[in-house]
Design a protein around this ligand. Sequence first.
Ligand code: AMP
Ligand code: GLY
Length: 424
Amino acid sequence: MNILILGSGGREHAFALKLSESKKVTQLFVAPGNAGTDKIATNIDLDPTDFTAVKNTVLTNNIQMVVVGPEAPLVNGVHDFFLADNELKDIPVIGPKKDGALLEGSKDFSKQFMQKHGVPTARYQSFTKDNLQDGFAFLETLQPPFVLKADGLAAGKGVLILDSLQEAKAELEEMVTNKKFGEASTTVVIEEFLKGIELSVFVLTDGKNYKILPSAKDYKRIGEGDKGLNTGGMGAISPVPFADQAFLDKVEELVVKPTIKGLQKDGIDYRGFIFIGLMNDNGNPSVVEYNVRMGDPETEVVLPRIESDLFDLFEGVAHQNLDTKSFSVTPKTATTVMLVSGGYPEAYAKNKEINGLENITQSTVYHAGTILKDNKVLSIGGRVMAVTSFGDTIEEALKKSYNSIDKISFDKMNYRKDIGFDLV
Ligand code: AMP
Ligand code: GLY
């Protein structure tokens, strides 16, 4: 079977590598892909939100399944586009339709969904420019820090956490009246601040059945000790010691089951990944957000731990018989450390040649922002590559990742030297 993966990050490289191990996969295509996927698949240069280009690629290459990496094509309706097209309607898409993708595409929708279906989450209200004064009044009922979220997709930048009430009011006004985040902040969700440690839980569902994938902890800040600006993620660890079986059982009962049932009750036929960002507050889970895709760099530690055939699981999603598929996970720990370009997450250098990749033996390097040019691997993104290793302990896995990183170099390479600092 020929498969097309949409996206170009470390997540998509990890999907490609895992799927390439399946005996049932004949040819793999990644669009647009990167220098890493180029080695194990055929890259196709297209924008994943250009559905006509996606259709042409699918028909030209006899693609029989499409796996969607990032959220944008899902929120824009790539799955619905396939179902509405006579030539594409029988080709399974791994990823929800527009109605399900709203769980990530609209924070207001996802909060309403959680409330309606009894999923634990922070108390909230939503505001627009028409009820700005009510927004100010709601802020006054909350304790700092104040959490303001643009309703729509804002490239991971739409969440503000502010210490002063005055600042929170000013930012709310900026968001709804001056469209600080464009159309995404026409509506703003204000919610209570949740205490605790954050964890990413991943679920694969066919709409009826589900598998809970390994959970992971992401390190979002650019600086050591979790300081500085937010990034897409600077490293990840799986499994997470504080997410023991008792806690994960609670997550399944209180969060996963009501989420899957809620989707069914609301008539949302959801086929794909659900990424649940949650806070563990003294053993009690509370959902921070849903994403409708896998996390990045979490995928670079979650997928390597899955021992089952990923393609077989995707077939289960497509044919709604995920319950018949075997699923096993290695107890070993996987760690990944992201190498970024100096300056990221603000302006950063590009087109830097990456050296030393041929010397890596103890780790898997997942390319994120790279391209292949004249047989050289060049950086083109802020997050350049994720270096993943296994160990019996977090320390052992991290040691391998950092030893491998010592062999890799590019101009202005930066990375966090303290991934896992809070867990060991
Ligand atoms: P989101 O885009 O909703 O994931 O928010 C980005 C980040 O802001 C999350 O990963 C959390 O670290 C933080 N955050 C969001 N909502 C809350 C909340 N209610 N309480 C505490 N931290 C939050
Ligand atoms: N690493 C967080 C995310 O993928 O959204």
